[in-house]
Design a protein around this ligand. Structure first.
Ligand code: SF4
Ligand code: F3S
Length: 104
């Protein structure tokens, strides 16, 4: 599976949603997550994310985020098309330690 990580928080560009063939993205207030059991591992979303927020679960950084993706994908609604990114999305691109923004 692929995993959405911290870099998505408050960027939420949603280009990933446009390309996913199985619609396995789920939408929270400030980020999206991937349902790990629905993702078919095609990898097409990874290069589409302007924030480079999507990584394969084989990546050493993935473990913590895999659990978060699993937990929230069962709670948040499915998202199947791209809407406008937040107006201030670019100001959060590449900013480290955004997890404090997760619930804001
Ligand atoms: Fe969807 Fe493929 Fe990305 Fe998985 S790897 S979330 S199936 S686009
Ligand atoms: Fe987030 Fe990147 Fe998708 S910022 S919403 S993972 S395109």
């Amino acid at each position: 599976t692929y995993v959405v990580t911290e870099a998505c928080i408050r960027c939420k560009y949603m280009d990933c949603v446009e390309v996913c063939p199985v619609d396995c993205f789920y939408e929270g207030e400030n980020m999206l997550v991937i349902h790990p059991d629905e993702c078919i591992d095609c990898g097409v979303c990874e290069p589409e994310c302007p924030a480079e927020a999507i990584i394969p679960d084989s990546d050493g950084q993935a473990e913590k985020w895999l659990q978060l993706n699993r937990d929230y994908s069962t709670q948040w609604p499915n998202i199947t098309r791209k809407f406008d990114a937040p107006e201030d999305a670019d100001s959060f691109k590449g900013v480290p330690d955004k997890f404090t923004q997760f619930f804001s």
